[in-house]
Unconditional design. Sequence first.
Length: 282
Amino acid sequence: MATGRAKPEKAAKAPLRRSPSRARAAPDDGNGKIQSLKRAAAILDAVACRPEGIGLSQISAEVGLHSSTAFHLIQTLVSLGFLLQLTDSRRYRIGPRLFTLAAGALDETMLLALATPILERLSGATGYASHLAVRSKQDIVVIARTAATGLLQLAGHPGATRPAHATAIGKMLLAAMPENDLDRLLEALPLPAFTPHTITDAQALRGEIEKARRVGLALDNCELDRDVRCLAVPIHDFAGRCIAAMGISGPAWRLVPDAVEQLAHQLRAAAAELSAQLGAAT
């Protein structure tokens, strides 16, 4: 019987282990990038709600991020122009690139496209004609209008101009002007009478404008047409500026003062919907 020394067994090879860094380097499914985009969007929302500026610690608290994580995202947004850091207070505000993008998207065509379905729903809900107008120097230009349902069909069409002093939409747009600009405009604004109710005194008109500015609602009490009453509210954009006025008009025998409160509520709701679509803070 042959004898001999047994051959030693070969040591088993230990399984290869990936380093933690390599394990995380699996194919990127985009979740990290999506998370960064969501965090950046949350930061922009937080800053946009503070037009006076907001500091790093407050941003971190509001969006629920560690200050170092928030800082790196904020610095990226600053470098891209989406945020601006104030040198005196070190606070952050919305940057010029966002305003450029928003201004490029917000033209009259876009405003008309967004406003038309809202005006149609407003007219359907109230039974009154609804309209949207902007100011062009002294003129008030109606850029969108939907007719009343089953009521008096009011004169006018999109593109028509209206006198600023004798219309609710005009008074509302005047109320949105800076005081110095308003002073200059009123000095040159003619105030012809269209009905016995038209305001033809500059001081009385200023009182109406100040009231509209204070309550956020302007009225036309048969001042352009003796048989028609109107009310209007402002439309705001992403920067909080009043860029248009939305109004409803109806026959004076039906749109009585007692009906104004309920109609104003519906009108404000429609205006808030359009303003939100334009980026206004809600």
